[in-house]
Ligand binder design. Structure first.
Ligand code: ADP
Ligand code: MG
Length: 264
């Protein structure tokens, strides 16, 4: 039976899809069989981020409506052989798809994978509930910005009405330099605003943007790549090691590093 994690946030643009893609790749790198599932029905983001848009023949709606078997819709990742993507549909007329139909797909996938990562759409309406209903665990993503934190807190409240086995927090786009200079809420400040455990901190990393421009948002050995690997290990081994991205910007040397980063 797979662990079924929904990656959610409330607010759009905070990095859910990026985290789904990279967490999936790192778990697969640990030789775990992973399926990432895009339930943002109508807005196919994940396949673009994974660079597999042109390989799609069938999608999740074809599976639900019986036009193909589940295995026919799954697409193997170009780099990680243990990673598969179940694409969303590009059709905008899929409001009829119910949470029970998605759950039946997730339950079927559950017998052939170790992890199912469900990429949740933004908002807290139908699409959100369709995504959360199939999951047994949740990861709530926020950035250090107050609007994202407020939305993530609302989502944590809503998630408490579901019978989830665990709900954990990931802080994305952390700027160690700004946090060390008290110009951005620090990891500890943000953590204190939530009642749930912190499972990962992902730094702001230009490699994510540049990787996307060459056909996929998965990053390898950059700062964010290491943070994604730590996140995968924390989730799989149930640990909570957090890489400290503020440390190098502390002290007198850190002060000058901050000044340099600000001025380039
Ligand atoms: N840690 C990061 N560093 C730099 N850019 C990031 C980071 N996380 C996400 N992004 C960028 O932010 C944008 C929104 O991310 P995305 O994953 O699509 O958000 P969501 O799925 O929550 O809407 C994308 O352009 C992505 O490349
Ligand atoms: Mg997204």
């Amino acid at each position: 039976m797979a662990r079924k994690l929904v990656i959610t946030s409330g607010k759009g643009g905070v990095g859910k899809t990026t985290i789904c893609a990279n967490l999936g790749a790192k778990l697969a790198h640990l030789k775990l069989r992973v399926c990432i599932l895009d339930v943002d029905i109508g807005l196919n983001n994940l396949d673009v981020v994974m660079g597999i848009e042109k390989n799609i023949v069938y999608d999740i709606v074809d599976c639900i409506e019986g036009r193909c078997r589940i295995k026919q819709a799954l697409i193997q990742d170009n780099n990680e052989p243990y990673l598969f993507i179940m694409p969303s549909t590009q059709s905008l007329h899929c409001d009829k798809i119910t949470k029970n139909q998605i759950k039946s797909i997730v339950d079927e996938l559950s017998s052939i994978f170790d992890y199912i990562l469900i990429d949740c759409p933004a908002g807290i309406d139908l699409g959100f509930h369709r995504a959360v209903f199939s999951a047994s665990e949740a990861i709530v993503v926020t950035t250090p910005h107050i609007s994202a934190i407020k939305d993530a807190s609302k989502v944590v409240d809503i998630l408490s009405t579901y019978e989830l086995y665990s709900t954990k927090l990931v802080i994305n786009r952390a700027r160690g330099d700004l946090m060390a200079g008290n110009e951005m809420l620090s990891v500890a400040d943000i953590n204190n605003l939530f009642d749930i455990d912190l499972v990962g901190v992902i730094p702001e990393d230009d490699n994510i943007t540049t990787s996307l421009n060459i056909g996929g948002a998965v990053v390898a050995n950059s700062k964010a790549g290491k943070a994604f690997l730590q996140l995968a290990e924390n989730i799989h081994y149930n640990t909570n090691k957090i890489i400290n991205f503020q440390k190098e910007y502390k002290g007198i040397v850190g002060y000058f590093k901050r000044k340099i980063k600000r001025n380039i």
